[in-house]
Design a protein around this ligand. Structure first.
Ligand code: BGC
Length: 919
């Protein structure tokens, strides 16, 4: 996927950029690279006491694998450099494991720093050099380690702001309190060895030390069910400290804790009084320690940020800016802070990447729509903020409003934002060029309307800052069809726009919730764009926190009041997401962690069912959400998902060695399947409802015997044909529609669907200029214009699940079994494409396919990571027509077996890069 172009500069998120992959791997034999701890590069302040280490093995040679490994972990860089594993010396361990090596050294204590490295032995028993060193540090492992108190400032919290009329309401006064600044000075008079800031908040906190922002992270500490747990992060601030006077401070905003969250113009969902909790731990060279902790001796006041809310926007009055976070600032007139919080959550280290800016976007065009009102088109729909760069006289007010689409007259279309005001304001200080970017809000937008400028703006006036959880890039796709490239990009951008600490439905309207259905529909695709293992590790705790007493999973996690009954296909995210993380990354710990919770969910589904394992008369179910006049009966969806989740739990039980449970859940699956067939499947394979989604579910959830399967496959194709070769599926069916067609050998139909650009299809939205995946197939049509503003997002990822089919069928990359240890490479080009380049950075290293069609020739360049094997399936007219690197394929080094039948060659290969060609 060509994401790098003149306008869009990606900011470091790939493992390589984070220092994970060193250049020295190239050319050397077998080398451990990309070392990670708990699936993050050099994480700071983790609280997993038995962390999992992982690496990749890289080699330019074919047929390489690891036969043994060794890890050293040391308490200092120097000890590690001298090969002194004073924390852990694993010794040489036979085996090819690279992904979940559990730290087995001496017990780690709070704040401890662990330097580590690994070496490996190749297939001939030759040892590699030691890897580049990596590091992780421990967080505060005991609750009693927290010396800091919860502090805040409540004085200015009741300021109501009257606003313009909002969607469905008139002049509702908003409450938008100014986020306070909190500060404390202290003296450093000893030589500092290391200083770590442990920082948390009930709300959002940006910490500053000696006038500098401590981190580029945003929206920390993220969103959890604050009544139960709140996260903290640890920052190494050693370079920011100085001898003598220092000042530590923070700006504390409402965020998810007490800002406007979800619909209904409702705020304070967790509490009314934001708080921060922090401690700066300074270790001196002489072995002594100081802890500068949040407490009653801190001072507080409001500052230049005059309001800050996710949905409503942020405002800043530059005339009020002061150097409040520097030492020597006179806080004599500041108030004392308030101590104590409304709740007592458990403090836990944030286990996932922070939210950061990952791309800067320059405007594509600027249009003046009224005197003094300009609309900037950034060319890409994304989530984030705009950085403003202007000159203006003191007190000049600049207003920024955000939108995903334009009205026909060129003005911004904001009706679909519902009650989200999405308005930022800046008041000039009046001295030279001023640059401002909000820190505590984000919008979903492609267009920015700027009002209040005195002269014509330039493209430098606005820069889009795209925000997302800093998951590492994992995939690229490009082929000869620009429409498919755009589609792949649209799924990528919509994913980034919605992975903001949790997987959300949309980034623009007053919703932005962790919708379960959307997450399960999309999770597998998400793994193909980005490394989302740690990201989902975090969210699955939110899911379990939101599970109902009786075992039902919610609609959204973190939970919103009244939304605790997910219903079929939404609740099932609680089972499907851990399973997917296991399948993609081989993570068994996530299965262990949530196993009991998943078992409770299956028990709930069983208890809810009739004795014959069918749904009760009444139950909550969204159905096949946003389908096109093809409503699948809810009992069909309910029973299919009950069967599916049960089968997945059986597989998870087997993966965990819980043999009895595996048998029990398999048996339950078989009984639900039988019930499904008795109740909904006719003798001709017709499934109740006769909808595309009904067939897709039955086919992809393994609910039919061979005969019925064939019949159902025909019914599915017939349904698509009758709709003029169009899909009609909603969220539930679209997830697997294309995969089901591939599964029944009808990729010819899948190709028709993906090439369509008439309604409803992916191509239709792209023809209307979509730069993201729309919530609805008909978000905008030439005949009807915009769909109802009540629910019409232009950045919802569910329909983007098609990207999985693209990677698996155009790129031809699939894992065969858990975690890409054995890979299936089977590109299935159609007549219209002439080439495709697909890469996927798996947990074991990059997998690549590059194919070209030239006349009757088919060339396929494949890369398989060291320590893995692959089966390659490619078209070949006869048994002797396949060559590799100029030789007959079966004679090529690394090729282990060669079979041919019915115009397909099936080649077993060891790791390495291969150039196959059919003549
Ligand atoms: C959300 C969804 C969600 C749905 C539930 C919508 O408001 O935006 O994406 O899955 O409700 O039906």
């Amino acid at each position: 996927m060509k994401r790098r172009n003149a306008r869009i500069v990606l900011v470091l998120t790939c493992w390589a950029a984070l220092g994970g992959i060193s250049g020295r791997a190239a050319g050397e034999p077998l080398t451990p690279v990309a070392l990670r701890c708990e699936y993050r590069v050099n994480p700071s302040g983790i609280d997993e006491t038995a962390p999992r280490l992982s690496w990749r093995v890289a080699s330019k040679q074919r047929d390489e694998r690891q036969t043994a490994w060794e890890v050293l972990a040391a308490s200092s860089e120097a000890a590690l450099a001298h090969d002194n594993g004073d924390l852990w010396h694993s010794g040489k361990v036979a085996g090819d494991d690279t992904t979940a090596i559990v730290y087995g050294g001496r017990a780690l204590v709070s704040g401890e720093v662990c330097h580590w490295k690994a070496r490996v032995w190749d297939k001939d028993g030759k040892a590699s050099d030691w890897s580049e060193p990596a590091v992780w540090s421990m967080g505060l492992l005991q609750q009693t380690d927290w010396k800091g108190e919860w502090i805040g400032y409540d004085k200015m919290r009741q300021i109501a702001t009257n606003t313009a009329p909002l969607f469905g309401a008139k002049h509702i006064p908003l409450l938008l309190p100014p986020p306070p600044c909190l500060r404390k000075e202290f003296t450093v008079s000893n030589k500092v060895q290391r200083a770590i800031l442990f920082a948390s908040a009930l709300g959002l906190a940006d910490f500053h030390l000696n006038g500098q922002l401590v981190s580029e992270d945003r929206f920390t500490p993220g969103w959890t069910d604050y009544a139960r747990r709140v996260h903290y992060r640890a920052y190494d601030v050693t370079p920011l400290l100085r001898q003598g006077r220092n000042a530590l401070g923070a700006i504390l905003a409402d965020g998810w804790y007490s800002g406007y969250v979800a619909w209904g113009q409702k705020r304070d969902r967790y509490g009314k009084k934001p708080r921060l909790r922090a401690q700066l731990q300074i270790d001196y060279a002489d072995g002594s320690q100081d802890i500068i902790a949040s407490g009653p001796d801190w001072k507080a006041a409001t500052g230049a940020t005059t309001s800050a809310d996710f949905q409503m926007g942020e405002s800043y009055d530059a005339r009020l800016a002061q150097k409040w976070s520097e030492s020597g600032f006179d806080d004599g007139k500041w108030d004392s802070v308030v101590s104590g919080a409304e709740m007592k959550p458990v403090m836990e280290a944030h286990p996932a990447p922070p939210v950061r800016v990952f791309a800067e976007i320059q405007p594509k065009s600027i249009r003046r729509i009224h005197p003094g009102v300009y609309v900037f088109d950034l060319g890409q729909n994304f989530a984030g903020v705009a950085r403003l760069k202007i000159k203006g006289e003191p007190g000049r007010k600049i207003t920024l409003r955000f939108a995903e689409r334009l009205n026909p007259d060129g003005s911004i279309y904001t009706d679909n934002l519902r009650n989200a005001l999405a308005t930022d304001t800046y008041i000039c200080r009046g001295r030279g060029t001023e640059i401002w970017e909000p820190r505590f809000t984000f919008h979903g937008f492609q267009y920015v309307e700027v009002t209040g400028l005195t002269r014509r703006p330039s493209k430098q006036t606005i820069t889009g800052l795209a925000l997302s959880s800093a998951t590492a890039e994992a995939g690229k796709f490009e082929c000869s069809d620009p429409m498919l490239n755009r589609l792949a990009q649209n799924t990528y951008w919509t994913q980034r726009a919605n992975f903001i600490d949790i997987p959300t439905d949309c980034p623009q309207r007053d919703e932005r919730l962790g919708w379960m259905g959307d997450a399960q529909v999309y999770i597998q695709t998400a793994t193909l764009h980005e490394d989302v293992q740690a990201f989902f590790t975090k969210w699955l705790v939110d899911v379990e926190d939101a599970q109902r007493q009786d075992g039902e999973y919610p609609k959204v996690a973190p939970l919103i009041e009244g939304e605790n009954d997910g219903g079929p296909a939404w609740a099932d995210a609680g089972v499907i997401c851990p399973w997917t993380i296991y399948e993609v990354y081989g993570d068994t710990r996530i299965l262990e962690k949530h196993y009991q919770s998943m078992a409770r969910f299956i028990a709930f589904c069983t208890n809810r069912s009739t004795p014959g394992l069918l749904p009760p008369e009444k139950f909550h179910c969204y159905g096949d959400w946003l389908n096109i006049n093809d409503e699948t009966p809810k009992p069909v969806i309910c029973t299919a998902y009950f069967a599916h989740s049960t089968q997945l739990l059986a597989r998870m039980a087997a993966a965990l060695g819980k043999t009895n449970d595996a048998v029990m859940y398999n048996d339950l699956f078989e009984r639900i399947k039988a019930a499904f067939n008795r109740a909904y499947v006719g003798p001709d394979g017709r499934i109740e409802g006769d909808t595309q989604t009904a067939y897709v579910l039955a086919l992809s959830f393994d609910l039919l015997n061979a005969v019925r399967r064939q019949q159902a496959a025909q019914c599915l194709v017939e349904n698509i044909r009758k709709r003029g070769w169009h899909l009609s599926t909603g969220f539930v069916g679209t997830k697997s529609l294309m995969l089901a067609l591939a599964g029944i050998g009808r990729n010819d139909v899948a190709w028709r669907l993906i090439h369509n650009d008439t309604f409803p299809s992916w191509g239709f939205s792209i023809r209307q200029g979509a730069t993201s995946i729309w919530e609805r197939w008909d978000g905008w049509t030439p005949e009807k214009g915009f769909q109802t503003p009540k629910m019409n997002s232009f950045a919802h990822y569910s329909f983007g699940a098609v990207y999985q089919w693209m990677v698996e069928n155009i790129g031809g990359i699939q894992s065969d079994g858990p975690a890409y240890k054995h890979i299936l490479i089977a590109p299935q080009p159609d007549d219209k494409l002439t080439f495709a380049d697909t890469t996927y950075d798996s947990i074991r290293g990059p997998i690549e396919t590059h194919w070209r069609k030239v006349g009757r020739h088919f060339r396929l360049r494949v890369t398989i990571p060291a320590n893995t094997t692959a089966t390659i399936v490619m078209p070949a007219v006869d048994v002797s027509s396949v060559f590799e690197g100029g030789r007959r394929a079966e004679d090529s080094p690394g090729v282990k077996a060669f079979r041919w039948s019915r115009a397909l060659a099936e080649i077993e290969v060891a790791s390495g890069t291969y150039d196959f060609e059919t003549k």
